[in-house]
Write a protein that binds this ligand. Structure first.
Ligand code: GCB
Length: 726
């Protein structure tokens, strides 16, 4: 029988800035326990590193040993006793390598050389998140008998279970076993949630009346098991959770689960959590999925890469509809990159196709960010066809961005398509959502449209009673979500929407709102300790669990004599008590608003009640507006865009010894060659540059001087400036 042992203890680790370590030599490194990442805020090391583990292992005759890694970020080569035993390219999927032939009696030395450089051939090549680096999910030692299910089959368990519903309502499980080491007999069983075996078979399983997996309403799971026997003796088993459900997406009416319409109320999430970053574990995953369910979301986009297996398990158990995707965020012309994308897509699908929660395979996110290139559709079609070939049962999806016009071919590749839209944040105004959705639907009446991202950054320290774009206040984030979500909710043709993002997450290139290295679009902070006001907005309109929550509690100090108290609740009416007076209001769009509530100097306790539910807040009247609530941005404009450039590209684009957009306007005005380049490439800039303040860098000033400046033009100008030595 196969034994699987966690192999997380007893590793040594070292960064290797001078190049890969000698895999045959003992590593002088620090002792670490897996899961482990070398990422630290402010120390985003991208390069070579090594892990090493000494162990002894004696195998019985015929036994085989494997090292299995649930993820190594991002590329690794693995050696046993100095002998190369294999490698893996891609930081988010599982793989196993055989140790057997390189094992020796006594002590063995396993060396994992890891590299997390951006590179040009292994996705992701860029992104608004970290390639953290490390063996950051569990490692396992697997000892198998001579005949076993092939755990090297694209990192799967060696057995694939594909569930389907027949038109007569019967459930089927098509089983596909990959056996190593010789012939064997495979027998399959299906057990219900109580563990009773309800179907048996040698190739497939059939159940006349399956209990359906029905999302949050009833996430019912079965367990499918495969038993491998040789001469009547059991030599291997694999069991995986499965579920029976049907899904479809209609371009006019949206998503259907088991024939019933289900509007997908989604959020997106990255895998990192404060303190441990990507090396999160079960308690973090439980907490995250718990918060998503508490808010009442019924769908999650597990972005921008495959997440740990237990997270998909939790989604199965909690009834969340999952969008799973590969880390394809920049698509170049190289053959290697496409081959690697195919490998990562194959691994994602074959490792996850048993999960009933997974309903969409995402093949790309914003590859057209810098403009769709003619080679892109062909390459994406290859990925789309591969996804269909591996799993015809699920729709493929993709996310485009504002740089991709509605009529682009990139909107004609996957079964359903989506946009990441940021009207009211990076560009445009909040009401622009309506026209965009309607225009897309009119142009593509047969293409189901979803919104794969929308959101704004906020630092919960900042507050305003007149919130506006780019002020990073908690109140602007709330206003934005309250305003824009109804545009999507009211349109049946929008099959789903996914808030960007459920949690603040690490982005090493961000500096906005005085919090470094974070994208702050979360509804919950990175440490999961603070639910921002917007969280309660969604809870009010999505969750069935009765609650009442006074908004703006962190906006405690008030300088005016009255305030509008906003209360989020999923109850029809809310009563507010303050200063001995009482008001009652109906809720609309999850909000009850009480205008003109008087505030006395000092503390004012306000109580909101709906039935038995109550919530309390204290607002303190002060003489002067609280200065710390205002974000002072000493370089306005570009923070919100600066992730468009990744760290490597950044070093190339902004060299120290030549001019670039990072020079101040004053420096550029003083350099005739630079001004000649500006007058030639973006003549629109030259007048406002001469008349406005000259202390900002041109990069930060462009959105003000020429708000619609095409990114391509700015890049072209930057390249010309780079030719002028300082
Ligand atoms: C996007 C990207 C996502 C970013 C997000 C943002 O469109 O797909 O990775 O994090 O925008 O916050 O700018």
């Amino acid at each position: 029988m196969k034994t699987i042992t966690l192999w997380n203890e007893g590793w040594r680790f070292a960064k290797c800035p001078d190049g890969p370590a000698d895999p045959a030599a003992v590593l002088a490194g620090e002792a670490v326990t897996l899961p482990h990442t070398w990422y630290a805020d402010g120390d985003y090391y991208q390069g070579d590193a090594a892990y090493q583990k000494s162990f002894s292992l004696t195998l019985a005759p015929g036994q085989r040993a494997f090292a299995r890694f649930n993820a190594v970020d991002k590329v690794c080569e693995i050696y046993l006793n100095g002998k190369h035993i294999g490698g893996h390219k891609g930081g988010y999927t599982r793989f196993a390598l055989e140790l057997t032939d390189a094992l020796r009696p006594g002590e063995n030395l396993l060396t994992v050389l890891v590299n997390n450089d951006a590179g040009e051939t292994v996705s992701p090549l860029m992104g608004d998140f970290a390639s953290f680096g490390g063996i950051y999910r569990d490692a396992e030692l697997v000892i198998a008998g001579p005949v076993h299910f092939d755990l090297q089959y694209h990192g799967s368990e060696g057995v694939l279970f594909r569930t389907a519903l027949r038109p007569d309502g019967a459930g089927t499980v098509t089983c596909e076993a990959h056996i190593c080491g010789g012939p064997g007999q495979v027998h399959y069983t299906l057990a219900d949630a109580e563990g009773h075996v309800v179907a048996r078979g040698d190739e497939s399983l059939t159940l006349a009346k399956p209990h359906l997996w029905n999302g949050e309403a009833d996430p019912y799971l079965y367990t499918a098991a495969a038993t491998l026997t040789v001469d009547g003796e059991t030599v291997d088993t694999v069991s995986l959770p499965v579920g029976f459900r049907s899904i479809s997406v209609d371009p006019d009416r949206g998503f259907f689960l088991n024939g019933q319409h289900l509007k997908l109320r989604g959020v997106a999430k990255h895998q990192d959590t404060a303190g441990v970053f990507c090396a999160a574990g079960p308690k973090h995953w439980e907490q995250d999925i718990g918060l998503i369910r508490e808010m009442g979301a019924n769908a999650v986009r597990l972005s921008h890469y495959p997440h740990p297996q237990p997270v998909y398990d939790l989604c199965d158990e909690r009834g969340l509809v999952v969008w799973a995707e590969i880390p394809m965020l920049k698509l170049n012309e190289t053959r290697e990159l496409l081959d690697n994308a195919k490998q990562q897509l194959t691994e994602m699908i074959l490792q996850n196709l048993h999960h009933p929660s997974v309903c969409f395979w995402g093949i790309q996110n914003e590859v057209g960010l810098m403009g769709a290139k003619p080679y892109m559709p062909g390459k994406l079609r290859i990925l789309n066809d591969l996804a269909h070939a591996l799993d015809p049962s699920r729709p493929t999806t993709s996310s485009n961005c504002s740089a991709v016009p509605i009529d682009s071919d990139l909107n004609r590749i996957t079964d359903v398509t989506c946009y990441n839209i940021y009207y009211g944040w990076y560009y445009g105004d909040m009401p622009d959502h309506a026209a965009f959705l309607d225009d897309f639907h009119a142009a593509h009446p047969a293409m189901p449209l979803g919104i794969s991202e929308y959101g704004v950054d906020t630092n919960t320290a900042y507050h305003s009673d007149a919130p506006k774009v780019n002020d990073y206040t908690e109140e602007y984030q709330a206003l934005y979500h309250e305003t824009v979500y109804p545009y999507m909710a009211q349109r049946d043709f929008v099959w789903g929407s996914f808030v960007w993002n459920m949690f603040d997450f690490v982005s090493p290139i961000r500096r906005a709102a005085n919090i470094q290295f974070r994208n702050l679009k979360g509804l919950v902070t990175h440490d999961r300790l603070t639910r921002k006001d917007s969280f309660y907005y969604y809870k009010a309109i999505w969750s069935q669990e009765p609650f009442v929550q006074i908004a703006e509690k962190r906006f405690e100090k008030r300088a005016a004599g009255t305030m509008t108290v906003k209360v989020y609740s999923n109850q029809p009416r809310v009563t507010l008590t303050a200063g001995g007076r009482t008001w009652t209001e109906n809720t609309a769009n999850g909000i009850a608003r009480f205008a003109g509530v008087p505030l006395d100097m000092g503390d004012n306790t306000v109580t909101a009640a709906a039935g038995d539910l109550t919530d309390k807040a204290v607002f303190t009247r002060v003489d002067q507006p609280e200065e710390s609530y205002v974000y002072v941005d000493n370089g306005p404009g570009l923070h919100v865009r600066d992730w468009f450039v990744d760290a490597d590209e950044e070093a190339r684009m902004f060299p120290n010894d030549a001019y670039s957009l990072r020079n101040t306007i004053g420096e550029l005005l003083a350099c005739p060659a630079a001004m000649k380049a500006i007058d030639t490439i973006i003549p629109k800039l030259s007048k406002p540059m001469r008349t406005g303040p000259d202390t900002y860098t041109l990069e930060k000033a462009i959105p003000y001087l020429y708000p619609d400046c095409p990114e391509e033009l700015a890049k072209a100008l930057n390249s010309e400036l780079n030719k002028i030595p300082k």
